[in-house]
Design a protein around this ligand. Structure first.
Ligand code: MN
Length: 256
C-alpha cells in the first residue's frame, strides 16, 4: 500500500514525523510531500501568482514552496509515478474542529486528495498549554493513530468524501475512546485581532489564538473532544444546501 503524507505545518513539523511513524505500521512505501514552510490557515488555496519549487530531501521526501493543496497536486502530478492508495494529512499542531475546518490547510490537503478520488484522512492534535513543545504534545495521536486508521483502510468511502480526525489533548491512557461524530460550530468569535505598531511606526493587525467559545451541541466533534474522546468526522465536498434549492428557484420564478 502506497501512502502519501502531507501537512500544513511544514516539512520540519514534529507532527509530520509522528504521522510518518504511525503510517510505517501499515506500509514501507511511504512518501512525504509537504509545504516547505508553515501554511496553517491556508485553507484550500492554490499558488497561482508565483512559481512553485520542488525540493527533494530524500528518495521519498519532498517539500513544495507553496500550500498544502499545491503539495498534493505536485505529489500526484510530478512526484509519484503511480498514485497513492491513501493520503494522510497532519498531524496538525492544534484542533481542526467545527467551522474551523474550512480555514484548515490540514483538512484541505485531504480535500484535494478526495477530489482526486484517493482515500484521504486529516489528523489534528488539539493544543494544550501544558504539553506544548514537549514530548507529551502528540501523545494521544501517537498512541491512538494506528487504531483510528486501521478500520478506515478498507471501509468504503463515498466519492468526494474524506475523514477528519482530532485527538484530545490528553495522555494516551486518559483518552476515553473514539466517537464518530458530526461537525459542530463555534460561536462566532470577535476580538481576537491584536493591533500594534511595527518598527517603522506603521500600524499592523495580527489574528490571535484565543479560546474560542462554543455551545456544546450533542453528537459533535467539539463535544467529543470536550468529553475526552477522539473525534472522527466524515466530511463531504458537496456543500449544496439541498433544502434551499426549491425555495430559491420558486423565489426567482416569482420575481419574473
Ligand atoms: Mn497547522
Amino acid at each position: 500500500m502506497r501512502i502519501l503524507i502531507t501537512n500544513d505545518d511544514g516539512i520540519h513539523a514534529p507532527g509530520l514525523t509522528v504521522l510518518e511513524e504511525i503510517a510505517r505500521e501499515f506500509s514501507d512505501d511511504i512518501w512525504v510531500c509537504a509545504p516547505s514552510e508553515e501554511q496553517s490557515g491556508a485553507g484550500h488555496s492554490l499558488t497561482l501568482n508565483r512559481p512553485v519549487r520542488l525540493q527533494q530531501f530524500g528518495e521519498r521526501r519532498f517539500a513544495v514552496t507553496g500550500t498544502p493543496t499545491d503539495s498534493v497536486m505536485m505529489s500526484l502530478r510530478e512526484v509519484l509515478d503511480t498514485p497513492p492508495d491513501l493520503i494522510l494529512s497532519g498531524v496538525n499542531r492544534g484542533a481542526n474542529l467545527g467551522d474551523d475546518i474550512t480555514y484548515s490547510g490540514t483538512v484541505s490537503a485531504a480535500i484535494e486528495g478526495a477530489l482526486a478520488g484517493i482515500r484521504s484522512i486529516a489528523f489534528s492534535q488539539v493544543y494544550s498549554r501544558e504539553t506544548a513543545g514537549t514530548d507529551a504534545e502528540f501523545a494521544a495521536a501517537r498512541a491512538w493513530g494506528a487504531k483510528v486508521i486501521k478500520p478506515l483502510i478498507d471501509v468504503p468511502f463515498s466519492p468526494r468524501t474524506l475523514v477528519n480526525v482530532n485527538f484530545p489533548p490528553l495522555a494516551a491512557d486518559a483518552v476515553k475512546g473514539i466517537r464518530i461524530v458530526r461537525q459542530g460550530f463555534h460561536d462566532y468569535a470577535r476580538g481576537s485581532i491584536v493591533e500594534g505598531k511595527d518598527p517603522r511606526g506603521q500600524r499592523y493587525f495580527w489574528f490571535g489564538l484565543h479560546p474560542i467559545e462554543h455551545t456544546l451541541d450533542h453528537g459533535t466533534d467539539l463535544e467529543a473532544i470536550d468529553d475526552g474522546y477522539i473525534a472522527v468526522t466524515p466530511l463531504q465536498l458537496d456543500l449544496t444546501h439541498y433544502a434551499s434549492i426549491d425555495t430559491l428557484a420558486q423565489r426567482f420564478v416569482d420575481a419574473e
